[in-house]
Design a protein around this ligand. Structure first.
Ligand code: ADP
Ligand code: ADP
Ligand code: MG
Length: 494
């Protein structure tokens, strides 16, 4: 493999290119008009404009991307996450054009892209599943009976859903028909497939997923778990590894289940098997994501592996260079997704210019980002600015390091999830490890953040006043301009 095209943008495009470069592989970027000056565009050895900003006119143009590969003599495409990464038809076209797709086979993508097909594929293995229907619902009456026998509340899910979308909680039988109709029409309009099914609504689950790797020779390993229960809109914001609740026995059991899921579709490359874990530590298979995951860095930190390098080696036909026994968890890692969103306003996206952008740094701090001061966060794409990852020997030290890194990370011009991240790190439930997917709804409100800000501003003001008094004593008179220092501190903007 001499040349890779990265069919993505932002932090993940950069992250992939860095590893490619390290491996001596040339890189090609594609960029939309909105990303002319983006870091991924500048970092690549070659960069090709792909079209106007909207992704359906740029990053989603599979045929155009394949054409660019042919023109530039590209050997392989890495799709990153999102965009074309889980598009089986694209993966097939790529391989049909004699280009390597750095990821699983089109067949595996297809099976696992449908939550129902995935459940059917793993049925022959002994993998615990959430009680529910295993076929798309056609008979609403029968489905309602099934829901009754499972017990409300239940969840209606779109089989083709993803990104936290396409789920509806139904509290009781009365609302069932109406919710079913809404769910089906939503599934059709959002995912082009109206298949929906029902699942028991697990009342206080943790989201724990297992990273797996499979090569082209039938070898599989799991790279332990990631705890991803801190979510908003059913989407992760804070992830960590290892989980505070898994015992070595349960880890091994879930790891083996994850490998079985991978085997069920002859999975090749890096993939993630998601589970829900209930209060009694029963676990249930949720779905498999057939791509490199946003939160893969926490796994890299605790295993010392480079998952992109592993993907590239596997795509070149190399067998895994290590076995399960060679792998062990070292230390603890936490990731905070830094989104341009306003946590005080329901985490709504907040687009704008990064007027201040100062990166934290130091031992055990990794920042995967794709921006510089002065750049705009475009409205066309996912509003993630960066992933802040900290690593330390223990969970406690890692939380502390994350708190400090958040403080050192200065962003103004847009609202971000940094303050929310600090809230999580300081929360007793998170610190104790005793929390579930309802962490945000249970403990967090915009008000909580404001109170915290006020408290910090209060401390800052008191400190400022003390310093002011000290200096006043020292110098007797303080020049006027120095007064602004304490007020600027107060109105600290993140
Ligand atoms: P992960 O599962 O890796 O934690 P997310 O669920 O946040 O990640 O999704 C990763 C990226 O893929 C995000 O940019 C998200 O917007 C996008 N994404 C995931 N699933 C879908 C989908 N079904 N349709 C559109 N975008 C999706
Ligand atoms: P997506 O494809 O959107 O990622 P998932 O099936 O992975 O969908 O579910 C995303 C999140 O939704 C989970 O992490 C969990 O918080 C919640 N969820 C999904 N299924 C259930 C369930 N049966 N009971 C309770 N919560 C669920
Ligand atoms: Mg999921």
């Amino acid at each position: 493999m001499n040349k890779i095209l990265v069919a993505n943008r932002g932090e993940i495009a950069l992250r992939i290119m860095r590893t490619a470069k390290e491996m001596g592989i040339a890189t090609v970027a594609i960029y939309s008009d909105a990303d002319r000056t983006a870091l991924h565009t500048r970092f690549a050895d070659e960069a090709v404009n792909i079209g106007p900003p909207p992704s359906n006119q740029s990053y989603l143009l599979g045929d155009k991307i394949i054409g660019i590969c042919k023109d530039l003599g590209v050997d392989a495409i890495h799709p990153g996450y999102g965009f074309l990464s889980e598009n089986a038809a694209f993966a097939k076209k790529v391989t049909d054009n004699d280009i390597i797709f750095i990821g699983p086979s089109p067949e595996a993508i297809e099976i696992m892209g449908s939550k129902l097909a995935a459940k059917a594929a793993v049925a022959k293995y002994d993998i615990p599943m959430v009680p529910g229907t295993d076929q798309a619902i056609t008979d609403v009456k029968a489905a309602k009976e099934k829901a009754r026998s499972i017990g409300f509340p239940i969840l209606i899910k779109a089989s083709a859903g993803g990104g936290g979308k396409g789920m509806r909680i139904v509290e009781d039988a009365g609302a069932f028909e109406e919710q079913m109709q809404l769910a089906q029409s939503e599934a059709l309009s959002s995912f082009g497939d109206d298949s929906v099914f029902i699942e028991k609504y697990i009342s206080s689950p943790r989201h724990i997923e297992i990273q797996v790797l499979g090569d082209q020779h039938g070898n599989y390993v799991h790279l332990f778990e990631r705890e991803c229960s801190v979510q908003r809109r059913h989407q992760k914001v804070v992830e960590e590894a290892p989980s505070a609740v898994l015992t070595p026995e349960l880890r091994e059991k879930m790891g083996q289940s994850a490998i079985s899921v991978a085997k069920s579709c002859e999975y090749v490359s890096a993939g993630t098997v998601e589970f829900l874990v209930d209060e009694n530590l029963n676990y249930y298979f949720l779905e498999m994501n057939t791509r490199l995951q946003v939160e893969h860095p926490v796994t890299e930190m605790i295993t010392g592996l480079d998952l992109v390098a592993a993907q590239i080696n596997i795509a070149q036909g190399e067998p895994l260079s290590f076995s399960q026994e060679d792998l062990e968890i070292k230390g603890h890692a936490i990731e905070l997704r830094v989104y341009a969103e306003d946590p005080a306003n329901d985490f709504l996206p907040d687009i704008g210019q990064l007027t201040t952008y100062q990166r934290p740094g130091g031992p055990g701090i990794r920042l995967d980002d794709g921006f510089e001061e002065g750049m705009d966060i475009p409205i066309y794409y996912d509003p993630m600015i960066a992933k802040l990852i900290t690593y330390d020997q223990s969970r406690g030290a890692c939380i502390q390091k994350m708190s400090e890194a958040i403080d050192a990370y200065r962003i103004s011009g847009v609202q971000t999830t940094l303050g929310f991240g600090k809230f999580v790190m300081q929360h007793p439930a998170f610190q104790s490890g005793n929390f579930d997917t309802h962490f945000v709804s249970k403990y967090f409100s915009g008000k909580a953040l404001r109170q915290e800000d006020d408290a910090e501003a209060g401390i800052a003001a008191v400190l400022g006043a003390v310093l002011f008094e000290e200096r006043r004593q020292q110098y007797k008179t303080l020049p006027q301009k120095d007064l602004s220092a304490t007020t600027a501190w107060r109105s600290r903007d993140r």
